[in-house]
Design a protein. Structure first.
Lengths: 1233, 154
């Protein structure tokens, strides 16, 4: 069984309220005891602050993907009549969401919630057969409306809730008394109401981190105490009055601890009452937290529960379980829980209560007896027993429900049959004309067509025909809709109709690229093919389309995901088509499908002799025909080859006929040449295009048919069934749908057959009339058994009805119709409709591959071509050129209020010839991942609400951390950068599900920073790292070398060159390097210093120093904004790379230097050691002399200079694989805390 | 060949059609209870009647194009962007309005997909701010609501 636990009651009440604790205790127990049952949690998105904490509470019991959040438009509180439309819509949305989870039981305990908050409960609004169990936690509300505050709508609200309780399949009550009360008040059968008592909470160390004595000291309790557990000031006052009446000896030795969340006024009032009763403030302690009270139960001399309205009794059980001597109000659930009269009290009888307390405090034996009884009695209530009882009841209800027969309506549903009909020149028109009469046994049918005339008088007189414009206006009035999809322009209007009115779609062709291409190029629906290609297969498909052209992309991609997304169910004629859907879109698409056998044409038997005369075959000739267009996909070459090599090719009485036209392309012309050039050319013919009569003659005249295929695209061959209908022995290869034909019906050869096999097949059929007769007979019986019109119509009926009852799209359409019809005093605004649409789209179950959203915000705005942008480009291109299996890559960019798909930017940067895609807001689903590889530090902190919303939908966010330098060395950065970095990092540590650093060093630094700053997080933050790629070519390198650069390059090559690469900013060590070179130049050491990098911040003085330097242009060069190609030339011309930076996240120039095999001189930083290990020469010291000294030593090494080309570096592809290893496969390095 | 929409001669067809007509009658739109239109609304209506909605559409297009260019210019200049963020922080109402306009007139947005056919009749500015699937649902909802007349706002 699949059990969905609706935890709204725990969301709308305080964590420590009885309702919340009961709901959570029950849910945890059921989840723990579920065994083979599957348990899911449903949470309301209108309580966003509760979702993460509740998810964490269940983390050990229920996997993340089974904690689902439903979205609603808000506000919804019933108290405001202006919310009525939204609330009605929200109820339907919740029911629709729950139905999508396909539950066998939905359990809700928020039965009387929703008056003043956004809790949504309902039943039967959309789904009459949704199995519901309701836990009644407020039985007092069943028949005491006067207990509720006055309000005009309150009575209606209560009535609605009473209806909900009455309609539930099962009602749980927390006490036996409430059980009896519910049966009597709601007139329910006894077996529908079950008493499901709570159990004491198992105090974990998480809840009770402090020992009891410490808790006592903190509360100000310094001697034995009586604990009065009351949430109500009146009851507390009664306790105070009773304490005041205690003998003075007892009063002196005992304190009174009152538990409750009291307002300031209530506290003041309590102390006034104390003074009135001559009690000093030291005798009374108020404990406001229920959590703190739990720690005190065990050490209390006596615990009193004076409230007469206690309905659940969780706290009572907690106190009893802790072994406290407990007395409680005789009017509450306490009587049932304690089952002992001497533990009951009447709190309104103050002297009586005082006397009872006195007795208990003085009589140690009695107190001990109470203590022992408390423990024994509390232990008889366990969550395990609670869960076992609940699960057993669910099973009984489920079995009962399954056994109940469905009572369906007897009238035929009204079906819109949307399809081309004859005379449209498509095979589907004929198919529709054959199917409709049989289907009319089950439906009243209106045929919807997109052409002006019908040429079948029988059909048009029997069925009403309407055009698509009429249907667009009236489609909502149909009970069922059946769309016939094919890959020809005859179906052009059906795509938009399906989008408007979801129905069952029949996919005659799995690949729909041809019709979509026609729609786009004819101007009928501009951009529709690009959109379908992108929607179905993502950017890689568009890249292929752009690279290889239309024909290749039409042949390669089905482009039909919209059919699966929008339809209630999909009918296909072969399991091969279902396999294709599974391969392209995964199991959810395949689950929508049903195989219904093809409905063959009825073929008149015809006169074989006359047909042969008309076709000029000798009467005794052996005629083999292959029908259809002559294309490489029909393997006509193989047929021709096998024919020539077989005895049939040499026999005078054997004819091979290709019944169909050849294409005008090279293949067609070549094939004609081959046929003409064959020895027995006169007995091998190509008929060219034939009309219906000629086609029929060839079918009748033939002795054997051969229908071979390769590269099938999921279609079912009507010609094969034409052959079978005329009982023609048939040779097929086991490819596509033909592979599913029974082996005794056709002569089936392997898919990838050798010519000899086909020769054998032809020869044996020619040689054995008996074999031919056997195939003929079996074909006839097979069609009768499996392809009878009435049988097929029945299968259609079964599937259409099943889809209508269970499919999310059909349900969704019904819901929209109900919402559209809903009449309320306050009509919805467009914003309300938009909120409903947004919530519904968010609640939809995921379809298609999970997406990896790659953040490219900065490069889509302004590519500064710095390190971060280079990483973004490298990772993006690696992901697009080689997407990880099972994921779809979507570049996205951040706006002020959320992320949008960066389609337009991608289209421009990938040079797509057509650019018809828009930047829609990102839609995330369960399993999606946002990969924050870019650094939109200005926008991200403001996107916290967006990230929280996406998290509710199941999206994970993982961010790349490049370095913490602005925080660790703020002196090296402009003043605005450290706070910006801090803001970004704070946001990331709050919203991220993981961070990936660009080196282990940065990961360690981040871990250290987290330990020191301790940001606020509910769950651990996993930290990983990956190594950056360094193949320039994979990150869209810029090109171009200016002419004047050639002289400079020659100059560089003329003497040893020390190269520095990277933005010129204080931390990069340029000042130190130039100073060191000056010292070397003074010592007549002839070296170049080449600096490549843009001028960054805080370097005006350095820029001026270079500008005025006497060596500038001679031995000192600074290049800014050069292309990657030019940089490559400079690398190749240099003697060594100098990495003098005082802090880096990774050190990409080290890798680049290694690629060109030039030595590396690097500052001795952990990150450089991590990247270059022994493949670099390291120096220390921040002054010019120490670097000059290091350079002198390095020069002196001569041949002993360490070579960098042994350094292991990654391509962007490898780097991205490592990144995905962390992000997708969650191979983390560290976790905080 | 026979023409489309023939007279219904068979009982089954009559049953289906009459039931359909009945359902259509039941679902007929409720007459609008709006008051007299304002002079601005009358003027707009007259303008739309004369130009087929062309002037209003042109005006809207020009405004959006202007906003798009302006947004593009601002977004390409980080300092200007930061300045405008700083100024707008003080005016949350204006910020909300501008955000909404920015979503419609996003200079990078390209062409937002709108379903063809009858659903396109229900497109309004709010449509452009929704995600692709929410947009189609919104239009279907508006179509369903307008058919039954429960919602008469424009």
């Amino acid at each position: 069984m699949r059990i969905v636990l609706d935890l709204q009651a725990a969301q709308s009440h305080s964590r420590f309220s009885e309702i919340s604790r009961y709901t959570l205790g029950s849910a945890k127990a059921i989840a723990q005891a579920a065994g083979a049952h599957e348990v899911l949690l449903a949470l309301n998105g209108r309580f966003p602050d509760t979702i993460e904490s509740l998810s964490m509470e269940f983390a050990a019991l229920i996997s993340k993907d089974k904690i689902r959040v439903f979205e609603n438009p808000g506000p919804l509180a019933d108290v405001d009549p202006a919310n009525a439309w939204r609330r009605q819509a929200a109820e339907l949305l919740r029911e629709n969401f729950l139905a999508d989870l396909r539950p066998d039981m939905v359990v809700s305990s928020a039965s009387f919630d929703g008056w003043q908050n956004d809790v949504v409960v309902s039943s039967g609004g959309l789904m009459e057969n949704l199995p519901v169990a309701v836990t009644l936690l407020d039985p007092a509300l069943l028949h005491s409306p006067e207990a509720l505050p006055e309000h005009s709508g309150l009575s209606q609200f209560r009535q609605r809730r009473i209806r909900l309780l009455k309609s539930a399949d099962l009602l749980f009550t927390v006490s036996g008394a409430a059980c009896k009360q519910a049966i009597a008040t709601l007139s329910l059968r006894g077996d529908r109401v079950v008493h499901l008592p709570p159990a004491p909470e198992n105090f974990s160390s998480e809840i009770l981190p402090q020992p009891a004595n410490q808790a006592r000291e903190q509360s100000g309790l310094n001697r034995p105490f009586i604990l009065c557990a009351s949430q109500n000031g009146d009851h507390a006052e009664k306790c105070i009055a009773a304490i005041a009446l205690l003998p003075s000896g007892l009063r002196k030795t005992h304190q009174l601890a009152i538990v409750g969340e009291f307002s300031k006024e209530e506290r003041a009032s309590l102390f006034t009452v104390c003074r009135d009763h001559s009690l000093s403030e030291s005798e009374i302690v108020i404990i406001e937290s229920s959590e703190a009270a739990k720690r005190l139960y065990g050490s209390a001399a006596l615990v009193i529960f004076p409230s007469p309205h206690e309905e659940i009794g969780m706290s009572v059980l907690d106190a009893m379980a802790e072994g406290a001597p407990v007395i409680g109000s005789s009017q509450s659930v306490f009587r049932e829980l304690m089952e002992r009269d001497d533990a009951l009290c009447d709190p309104t009888d103050t002297p009586g209560l005082a006397s009872q307390i006195t007795t208990l405090l003085r009589d140690t034996n009695l107190r001990q007896s109470l203590q022992e009884w408390s423990i024994r009695r509390a232990n008889s209530f366990t969550w395990k027993a609670h869960a076992t009882k609940a699960l057993t009841t669910f099973e009984e209800i489920h079995t009962r429900k399954m056994a109940r027969p469905e009572t369906g309506s007897k009238r035929k549903p009204l079906l819109a049959f949307v399809s081309p009909f004859p005379p449209e020149r498509t095979g589907i028109a004929g198919y529709a004309a054959r199917l409709v009469p049989s289907l009319a046994e089950h439906y009243d049918i209106v045929c919807i067509v997109d052409h002006p005339r019908i040429d079948d008088p029988l059909l048009s007189s029997r069925f009403p025909f309407r055009d698509v414009r009429w249907f667009e206006r009236h489609g909502g009035g149909f009970d069922r809709i059946l769309y016939q999809f094919g890959n020809s322009p005859a179906h052009k209007r059906i795509f938009s109709l399906l989008e408007q009115y979801p129905g069952v779609a029949v996919l005659h062709d799995f690949f729909l690229g041809d019709v979509l291409c026609w729609m786009q190029e004819s101007g009928y629906a501009p951009g529709c093919f690009s959109k379908a290609l992108y929607d179905s297969h993502g950017l890689p498909a568009l890249m292929k389309h752009n690279r290889d052209g239309r024909t290749a992309s039409v042949a390669a991609f089905p482009c039909n995901s919209a059919i699966f997304r929008d339809s209630a169910g999909v009918v296909v004629h072969s399991s091969h088509a279902i396999d294709l859907a599974r391969d392209w879109y995964g199991e959810p698409a395949a689950a929508l499908m049903r195989q219904v056998p093809f409905l063959p044409r009825k073929q008149e038997k015809g006169n074989r002799v006359q047909a042969r005369e008309r076709l000029r075959f000798p009467g005794d000739a052996f005629v083999v025909c292959s029908y259809g267009w002559i294309t490489p996909y029909k393997l006509c070459d193989s047929i021709l080859r096998a024919w020539r090599a077989s005895p049939l090719g040499k026999a005078e009485d054997c004819f091979l006929i290709f019944v169909g036209a050849t294409s005008d392309d090279a293949y067609g012309k070549d094939f004609i040449r081959k046929v003409d050039g064959s020895e027995n050319g006169s007995r091998i013919r190509i008929t060219g295009y034939v009309n219906e009569q000629q086609y029929h003659d060839y079918l009748v005249a033939a002795d054997v048919a051969i229908q071979l295929r390769t590269h099938s695209r999921g279609e079912t061959s009507a010609t094969i069934f034409d052959c079978l209908a005329l009982n023609l022995p048939l040779i097929v290869n086991a490819h596509g749908s033909a592979a599913e034909l029974p082996a005794d019906v056709v002569l089936k050869i392997d898919d990838d057959f050798a010519d000899e096999v086909l020769i054998d097949a032809l020869t044996s059929l020619r040689a054995s009339p008996e074999l031919r007769r056997r195939f003929s007979a079996r074909a006839a019986s097979y069609l009768h058994e499996e392809h009878r019109p009435e049988l097929i119509a029945e299968m259609y009926y079964d599937f259409i009805e099943e889809a209508n009852a269970t499919s999310p799209r059909a349900r969704e359409q019904r819901m929209l119709e109900i919402i559209g019809r809903s009449l309320v005093p306050v009509a919805p605004s467009p914003a309300d409709l938009a909120a409903v649409a947004t919530a519904l789209s968010a609640n939809r179950p995921p379809f298609g591959l999970p997406q990896i959203f790659v953040d490219i915000t900065n490069i889509s705005k302004l590519d500064l071509r710095t390190g971060i942008e280079r990483v973004t480009r490298g990772v993006l291109m690696a992901l697009l050129s080689n997407p990880p299996a099972g994921y779809r890559i979507e570049p996205v960019r951040a706006l002020a209020n959320g992320y949008v798909y960066a389609r337009r930017f991608m289209a421009e940067s990938l040079h797509f010839t057509r650019n018809e895609l828009g930047d829609d807001p990102v839609e995330s689903k369960l399993g999606d991942i946002l990969l924050g590889v870019d650094w939109p530090a200005d926008v991200l902190p403001g996107l916290r609400p967006w990230f929280r919303e996406q998290k509710r939908r199941g999206m994970r966010s993982v961010f790349v951390v490049y370095d913490l330098l602005p925080l660790l060395r703020p002196d090296l950065f402009p003043p605005e950068l450290p706070p910006m970095t801090l803001g970004w990092l704070n946001a990331v540590t709050e919203i991220a599900d993981g961070v990936v650093c660009i080196s282990r060093t940065v990961a360690d630094e981040l871990h250290q920073w987290l330990r020191e700053t301790k940001p606020n997080r509910f769950r651990p933050l996993p930290i990983g790292f990956f190594q950056l790629g360094a193949d320039l070519n994979a990150s869209q390198p810029s090109k171009g070398i200016p002419k004047e650069a050639l002289n400079i390059l020659a100059n560089i090559r003329s003497r040893p060159t020390i190269l520095m690469v990277g933005t010129v900013e204080p931390r990069k060590g340029h000042r130190q390097a130039l100073g060191a070179l000056e010292l070397l130049w003074n010592d007549r050491i002839d070296l170049n210093l080449v600096i490549v990098g843009k001028k960054g911040w805080m370097t005006e003085d350095f820029a001026e120093r270079v500008r005025l330097h006497p060596e500038r242009g001679k031995r000192l060069f600074w290049f800014q904004g050069i292309s990657d190609e030019m940089l490559e030339q400079i690398y190749r011309s240099s003697r060594a790379l100098l990495a003098a930076s005082e802090g880096e996240g990774f050190g990409l120039p080290l890798i680049e230097a290694a690629q060109y095999g030039i030595p590396i001189i690097a500052r001795d930083l952990p990150v450089f050691r991590e990247v270059a290990s022994d493949h670099a020469y390291y120096f220390r010291g921040r002054d010019e002399e120490s670097l000059a000294h290091a350079l002198r030593e390095w020069l002196a090494l001569g041949k002993a200079i360490s070579i960098s080309n042994g350094l292991r570096w990654y391509t962007w592809q490898e780097s991205t694989c490592e990144l995905l290893d962390v992000v997708v496969r969650e191979r983390w390095y560290l976790s905080w805390p | 060949m026979t023409s489309l929409q023939p007279p219904y001669q068979e009982a089954g067809a009559r049953d289906a059609t009459s039931r359909f007509r009945q359902e259509q009658a039941e679902l007929a739109p409720v007459p609008s209870k709006k008051g007299e239109p304002s002079s601005w609304a009358r003027l707009r209506e007259a303008g739309e009647r004369l130009t087929g909605g062309g002037i209003r559409a042109l005006g809207k297009r020009l405004l959006l194009r202007f906003v798009r260019r302006l947004m593009g210019m601002v977004m390409r200049r980080p300092r200007l962007l930061a300045l405008s963020h700083a100024i707008l922080k003080r005016f949350p109402g204006a910020t909300w309005w501008l955000n909404r306009l920015a979503a419609i007139a996003d200079p990078y947005a390209g062409r937002i997909y709108i379903p063809s056919g009858r659903l396109s009749n229900y497109v309004d500015p709010i449509t452009m701010t929704l995600s692709a699937s929410a947009r189609v649902i919104y239009l279907r909802l508006r179509a369903a609501a307008s058919e039954t007349g429960s919602w008469n706002s424009s």
